[in-house]
Each structure stands twice: as C-alpha cells, then as structure tokens.
Design a protein around this ligand. Structure first.
Ligand code: ZN
Length: 140
C-alpha cells in the first residue's frame, strides 16, 4: 500500500460546454488550473460515451461505445502526474431512459451534453504514475 497525505485543498466548481470531449476537457481544466493532485466529481449528461473495461487476463482495455444520450449519474476521478503532466483517471456510471446503468473507465470520445464539475485540488507532492508490473497498469 502507498499513501499520499495532503494538508490543504482548493475547491473549484466548473461547467463544461456541450460538445466537449469529457476526458479531454477534465484534463485541460486541471492543466489550466495547475492541478497536479486532486479529486473530481461530476454530474450531467453525454451525447455519446466511450468507456473501457480492463480485461485482467488479457492485460488490455476492451472499448465500449454507446451512441446515445445518457445521464452522468456519477463521475468519480482522481488527478495525478503521468509522463510529466496532469493525468485524470475517471470512472463513470451512466444511466439510460429506463434508469438502467452502464459504466466503466472513461475514455476519449465521450461527448458532453452538459456537465457540472466539482474539483478539489490538493497542495503537496502529487502521486506519479508508472508501470505496475503485477497489473500491467500505470499506477501510483
Ligand atoms: Zn480506470
């Protein structure tokens, strides 16, 4: 186990624009606000979604594409450093017209309809991602 304690934080609310790529916009927000460590929560809706499912045996992400409007019932993410830049790792739960949910690891290609964000930026040495041999993932 690794821990990364922080002693202070800055809280920011933000709204994305219709048509934004959700993951790219979150990453751009962190870069613009110079956030290197933090957490993000968001709600809203998307016009299409792309999420990943990590196949643990195969060691790669399966890509799932949903070409429909969906609610962002929940978006939960963290911010750390990868390859020298702020990196957003986000998971989403998305609900359809019947209230049924799909979800997974947020990938590029998810197009925002509307999205309200709460960003908590931490001050201190950020976690840095590197290859974790047991999982094959870029972890802290
Ligand atoms: Zn993930």
């Amino acid at each position: 186990m690794k821990t990364f304690p922080f002693s202070s934080e800055r809280i920011l609310l933000a709204r994305l624009d219709r048509g934004d790529d959700l993951l790219e916009a979150l990453t751009a927000l962190c870069a613009a606000e110079r956030v290197e460590a933090g957490v993000i929560h968001a709600i809203g809706a998307v016009e299409r979604a792309v999420v990943g499912y990590y196949d643990q045996a195969a060691g790669h992400y399966e890509r799932l594409v949903f070409e429909q409007g969906l609610e962002i019932a929940n978006l939960n993410a963290n911010v750390s450093i990868k390859d020298g830049a702020p990196f957003v790792h986000a998971h989403v739960t998305l609900s359809d017209a019947d209230g049924r949910c799909v979800g997974g690891h947020l990938m590029p290609g998810t197009r925002v309809f509307a999205c309200e964000i709460q960003l908590r930026a931490f001050t201190g040495a950020p976690p840095v991602r590197g290859l974790d041999e047991p999982t094959g993932l870029p972890l802290w």
